[in-house]
Design a protein around this ligand. Structure first.
Ligand code: FDA
Length: 303
């Protein structure tokens, strides 16, 4: 990100929430479950798959975690009732990871139990590096009981190749590979764009070699091209991998990948806790400066 964009991002907390919400709306289905259902139906009508996320993270009270779990159970029931072609993504800090990992594990078990009954799949998102060990621990416990589960690994982290190899050795083969959004210290993470991309390609190849099913989660043309070359190299069938993208980011790339015959899944977040997720998306948006300026000028209209 340019220094100018960094400066602009630093001003976002001063932007009124309704304005942030307005510009964040491209990234979020809406506040309610019905909003997510509507967006997924639109994607499915174009033969694009979805993974739905109930927004929320970093809760510190067990009642909040239980409420989040219940909302996720309701989401699973809706996906089934509405016959959506969608699975779900969950964040463990929303389910109590930072309170007590055993309590979190119980919440995840409840979700996986229902997902299994409904023949659905649950992906555990990866949060910042303070959560990596515990997230992998929860996933390892869950995976012993439920094969309908997968995890996210971040190419940015130096440990990721070892994590992938160790999990694949233990029979785990459902990954989403992304760059990683959280700012991490150089000691544990690649901070250079080129190095992150190199590691992404290295880990993806390690996964393909072991015949893992990978959700290739990126909007970066360089990585999409590299992934396509690896798909050819390992002669993968269309049902042996998928591309994954975020709602509102590079929809033209989604259309192209889909047109080229690849399976594409869109991450569809919804819910009341949209602020933190939206700020992360703003930080990645190369047009962020323009947006914020626009926001400041149209402030009166939106307030
Ligand atoms: P990069 O950031 O270089 O973007 C490539 C291009 O895409 C940009 O040049 C721009 O054109 C466009 N672009 C990217 N973001 C944009 C935005 N917000 N608005 C407009 N244009 C944008 N991370 C994590 O740490 N844990 C997780 O569990 C997940 N889960 C996840 C699921 C899915 C389906 C995706 C696609 C991504 C994630 N991520 C994630 C986020 C991921 O780690 C990463 O931060 C983003 O995908 C951005 O990285 P890219 O690979 O797209 O490259």
């Amino acid at each position: 990100m340019s220094i100018f964009n960094k400066l602009i991002v630093a001003t976002i907390p001063a932007v009124p929430r309704p304005v942030v919400r307005y510009f964040a709306s491209r990234y979020i289905a809406g506040d309610r479950l019905e909003d997510a259902v509507r967006v997924v139906k639109q994607l499915n009508a174009q033969k694009v798959l979805a993974t739905v996320d109930v927004l929320g993270e970093d809760i510190y009270r067990s009642e909040e975690a239980a409420a989040a779990r219940d909302n996720i159970l309701e989401l699973l029931n809706s996906i089934s009732r509405e016959r959506l072609d969608a699975n779900i993504s969950i964040k463990l800090t929303q389910l109590g990871l930072k309170l007590d990992k055993e309590f979190c594990l119980e919440n995840v078990r409840a979700i996986l139990r229902l997902a299994k009954v409904l023949s659905n799949f649950v992906r555990i998102d990866m949060e910042d590096s303070s959560c990596t060990d515990d997230t992998i621990w929860v996933y390892r416990q869950i995976r012993k009981e439920f094969s309908n589960s997968g995890i996210v690994l971040q190419a940015k982290l130096r440990r990721t190749e070892d994590d992938a190899i160790s999990m694949m050795r233990d029979g785990m083969n459902g990954f989403r590979l992304c760059k990683g959004i959280y700012i991490e210290p150089e000691r544990i993470a690649y901070t250079d764009h080129g190095q992150i991309n190199q590691n992404f390609q290295r880990v993806l190849e390690v996964m393909f070699k072991q015949k893992a099913y990978v959700g290739i989660a990126t909007h970066d043309d360089v990585l999409v091209d590299a992934a396509c070359k690896l798909i050819d190299k390992y002669k993968l069938q269309k049902n042996e991998y998928e591309f994954q993208m975020l709602l509102g980011v590079r929809p033209e790339l989604c259309t192209k990948l889909h047109r080229d015959g690849h399976r594409v899944r869109i991450y569809v977040p919804f819910g009341k806790h949209w602020y933190q997720y939206s700020i992360r998306r703003f930080k990645e948006n190369p047009q962020i400066a323009g947006y914020v300026f626009k926001a400041l000028f149209s402030r009166n209209q939106l307030n």
